[in-house]
Design a protein around this ligand. Sequence first.
Ligand code: FMN
Length: 194
Amino acid sequence: MSTNVLIIPGSVRLGSYNRKLAGEAMRLISVTDAVVSRVDLSDYPLPIYDGDFEAEGGVPQNAQLLAQRIAAQDALLIVSPEYNASIPPLLKNAIDWASRVRKVDERPVQPFKGLVVGLASASPGRFGGLRGLEAIRIVMRALGADVITQQCLLPTAAEGFDADGRLTDDVARASLESLCDKLLDTARSLTRHG
Ligand SMILES: Cc1cc2nc3c(=O)[nH]c(=O)nc-3n(C[C@H](O)[C@H](O)[C@H](O)COP(=O)(O)O)c2cc1C
């Protein structure tokens, strides 16, 4: 059975470094035997989480669709910037809403439970989004995901890509390739979907 991998960039900004890095990961994984796809969080617009909103109207359909999409994967690669040393609100809000989904089509779902998760970050700064990934790691673990230790950091990302959005540095490319390999190897060795 093929391994399904989803890539979620934590930024929807036009020209986002993290979207470019996600594009590179997509290219690397697409030449393997895994089935890789990518979501843009702007395709799943969601209100800022509010318990009263949920109590009155339930979990929005976009959160259900996102949770369903995540639940169908063996592995998830999150490629996200850090905002003030933590998770950007767009990504955190999407995760929070998806974590509120309990059932899809009357069947129980836990979208992140047992999911193999890899993390990558690009930043124009010197640390490459390291602290943001630590924050995402804590959240993913709390939701029962199996977050691999290996991660990919791209500092000084403004100089990291050529005009076609390709990584210019061989070391950065090798780091991303190694992360993708480890993500796939781990997902293949675990049997999330039996
Ligand atoms: C509110 C805010 C906080 C930020 N905090 C950090 C930070 O803590 N560390 C960092 O490296 N970059 C920080 N940045 C800069 C982002 O890394 C930069 O805007 C980056 O380009 C965003 O990712 P993107 O290119 O994928 O959209 C921050 C940006 C914003 C808007």
